[in-house]
Design a protein around this ligand. Structure first.
Ligand SMILES: [Mn+2]
Length: 269
């Protein structure tokens, strides 16, 4: 019991020290480690696609999810956009995704509305400011009003949409009743009206993120795997064509304040 309490107090002290310290250098589980566990060398298996929901800086959840996927070198990873803002560490997340791309070249990175907003502040060589979104302004301030140029170059490479034999992939959706190409680019990133509730058959399954649903939405015409990882603690992927859902083991998103209260309750009740 004493050991338990002292371990908890030590963790709390470390958390407070980390919060107060001006430079917060942190390390996370590595992409190499995650892929080492994930990649199976079965080159004979038919290729599948894993679509991964909005990461929003949740690097630890991302590494846990990658470890979970029975990924083969011939499989494609499609990231559905919104890599930065809100979560644990946006810059570390993008660096990890760049590493992942080198180790597993079959990666597709779609552009979400957060990437679109940041690119509005990017002049091709530097960021001139932060987009007018609360989470983006917070990230900008936390990084001392600076975003490395490598992030801008990477964001430029993200793409609006992707299609393979199994599905059409896009960040926020497409307009019901129309072929994919008739939805304006901004709507594909920011969310077209009437899309989420639509049962329209586009002739191809639509796989998307963006909508922060309590659980994955799996319907005949569309699949959403954005489960709001930054606040729910659950990051979701879907495998195609079999529609198998994968979720990283939940991480508590309780604030330090809430954790402290819970700790006090355990100690003094
Ligand atoms: Mn979004």
């Amino acid at each position: 019991m004493i050991t338990f309490i002292s371990r908890k107090l030590k963790a709390l002290a470390l958390r407070v020290a980390g919060f107060l310290s001006p430079v917060r250098e942190r390390t996370y589980p590595s992409v190499e480690e995650a892929l080492f566990r994930a990649e199976r060398n079965d080159l004979g298996a038919p290729p599948v696609t894993y679509a991964i929901g909005d990461v929003h800086g949740e690097i630890t959840l991302l590494m846990r999810l990658l470890q979970l996927l029975p990924l083969h070198p011939q499989d494609t990873l499609v990231f559905l956009g919104d890599y930065l803002d809100k979560g644990e560490d946006s810059l570390a997340t993008i660096r990890a995704l760049r590493r992942l791309q080198r180790l597993h070249p079959l990666c597709v990175f779609l552009r979400g509305n957060h990437e679109d907003a940041w690119l509005e502040c990017w002049n091709g060589s530097e960021f001139l400011g932060a987009p007018n979104m609360k989470s983006a302004r917070r990230l900008w301030r936390a990084n001392r009003r600076h975003m490395p140029a490598e992030i801008g170059y990477w964001l430029e490479e993200t793409r609006l949409e992707y299609e393979d034999e199994f599905a059409y992939y896009v960040h926020a959706g497409v307009l019901p009743g129309k072929p994919f190409e008739e939805t304006p680019a901004a709507r594909k990133m920011w969310g077209p009206r009437g899309f989420l509730k639509s049962n329209y058959d586009w002739g191809k399954l639509v796989v998307f993120g963006h909508w922060k649903l309590a659980r994955p939405l799996v319907e005949p015409n569309k699949i959403c795997v954005d489960t709001g990882a930054y606040r729910s603690g659950t990051l979701t992927a879907v495998r195609l064509p079999d529609r198998q859902i994968f979720q990283a083991p939940h991480i508590s998103k309780a604030t330090p304040h809430e954790e402290q209260k819970a700790l006090q309750q355990r100690l003094f009740s």
